[in-house]
Design a protein around this ligand. Structure first.
Ligand code: GLC
Length: 453
């Protein structure tokens, strides 16, 4: 008994606060990067910051931002269909253009004539879209029961009160002009307050915190101004030490992120926004594999799409969301509301557990390109160190029975044998299958070094 623990003992993700409980259970979110950068297909904001495109030329993309085919009902339906439980959209990226209805004017530097500083720098006033693009989406998301997330860039490379501008040229240093920085903070905090009251997001997804310190951003003020009126709002972990969860970006963590709750944000190709020349899409199999990695480590996936300037979604991304929909619906019991799976050493793959640890879900990748009709083959898998006896083993979405064989069990030893399972390829999901094992009690693990105890 020395090495037997209730498995839940190992899981850092078990401690959820009331406030972020929905978030940890949600598992899949859709990220939307939409902005003027979709017009010419430049990189979002970075194009001018890194001097790939002159600032003036970058900002002139606003004249082509029409949103003429924008259909928030269809967007919300597609996102719902993907199996996502929340959606995060750019209300303002680093370029300073608000897609929501801000009333606050962005101070303009002299001689920048590509937008009219008499009006707020928003899609309503400065683009042919002529309207708030966020509120209608939030309304539709709410109708279909999805949580609403507002991405907001703390830094604003367009505001003349903001120090940073191009990668190698800044406007000023805070220490030389604290009043100018105070003016920026008033503007930026004011926009967050507007988003908070006008849009009432369930989640704030901040970005760009790397340019200043926690004290400079007045992060504690941002935190309290949101929570005063929106006490349940979740904050991502990009407000320095504030926030409820970690947000590793693009690269799958190998070790568990620092905060209990976490989310990987990931592009479907190599860019956040719409870039027609980028055809480097990850395959459905690759994306689902990364998703199961996140699930296995108790995290979420925030999968990004970049709509075109007219509001249509690239066909590759529609196909990806539909494939996620097919896969998540078929395997929902192995996804939503689960916790991280078996710790290292028990299974060579990703897995999840039900919160009460009585159900173990093993993700088994299918042989890619295999023609299931012609194959009478099996995929062998095994798990070891499982002290609990399975009461049922099921391949989700299939009636095919799965047998197991316990190998190496010594009758007088408490150390469990190794469970070998064979999964018929013909019954497998074309991408990734789920073997769901039910136990009578919360799973008990042997964590010893081998031998008889
Ligand atoms: C980075 C980039 C930004 C992008 C974000 C998404 O922080 O600056 O362009 O929106 O990642 O996670």
């Amino acid at each position: 008994m020395k090495f037997a623990f209730i498995f839940a003992f190992f899981l850092p993700t078990l401690v959820f606060s009331q406030q972020n409980a929905w978030f940890a259970d949600a598992k899949l979110g859709i990220f939307i990067h939409w902005g003027m950068y979709a017009v010419d297909g430049t990189s979002e904001s970075w194009a001018f910051h890194n001097r790939t495109v002159p600032y003036k030329q970058y900002m002139s993309q606003m004249t082509g931002f029409t949103a003429e085919n924008y259909n928030p009902i269809a967007w919300a339906q597609l996102i719902k269909e993907s199996g996502a439980k929340y959606c995060v959209i750019t209300t303002k990226h680093h370029d300073g253009l608000s897609l929501y209805n801000t009333q606050l004017k962005t101070p303009q530097a002299p001689k920048q004539k590509n937008w009219n500083p008499k009006f707020p720098l928003s899609t309503t006033y400065q683009t042919p879209a002529k309207r708030d693009l966020i509120a209608p989406l939030f309304a539709e998301l709410e109708k279909v029961g999805l949580k609403k997330g507002a991405y907001y860039s703390l830094l604003d490379w367009t505001s003349n009160d903001y120090p940073g501008f191009l990668k190698d040229s800044s406007r000023y240093q805070i220490k030389d002009d604290p009043q100018r920085w105070a003016n920026f903070l008033a503007f930026m905090h004011g926009q967050i307050a507007e988003i908070n009251t006008q849009l009432q997001p369930d989640l704030f997804w901040f970005d760009g915190d790397w340019e200043h310190s926690e004290t400079e951003w007045q992060a504690s003020k941002i935190d309290s101004l949101i929570h005063q009126t929106n006490p349940n709002a979740i904050l991502n972990g990009r407000l320095k030490s504030y926030g409820d969860y970690d947000t590793p970006e693009q690269n799958m963590p190998v070790l568990h992120p620092d905060r209990n709750t976490w989310e990987l944000c990931l592009t479907t190709n190599d860019n956040w926004g719409y870039r027609p020349q980028d055809h480097h899409f990850k395959s459905h199999f690759e994306l689902l594999s990364i998703f199961t990695e996140c699930l296995g480590m108790g995290g979420n996936l925030l999968l990004d799409i970049g709509p075109k300037a007219d509001g249509s979604i690239p066909s590759e991304q529609i196909a990806i969301l539909k494939e996620f929909g097919r896969w998540t619906q078929k395997h929902s019991t192995a996804i939503y509301g689960t916790i991280a799976g078996l710790p290292y050493g028990h299974y060579h793959g990703n897995s999840t557990l039900s919160k009460d640890s009585t159900v173990l879900n093993l993700f088994v990748p299918s042989p890619q390109g295999a023609n299931p009709d012609k194959l009478n083959l099996m995929i062998p898998i095994y798990i070891k160190g499982i002290k609990s006896q399975p009461i049922s083993i099921q391949l989700l979405g299939s009636d095919t029975p799965i047998d197991f064989n316990e190998v190496g069990k010594i009758s007088w030893s408490s150390v469990p044998g190794t469970l070998f399972l064979e999964i018929p390829i013909s019954a497998m999901d074309p991408m990734i299958s789920v073997v769901q094992i039910q136990f009578k009690e919360p799973i008990q693990l042997y964590r010893g070094k081998g031998g008889f105890h």
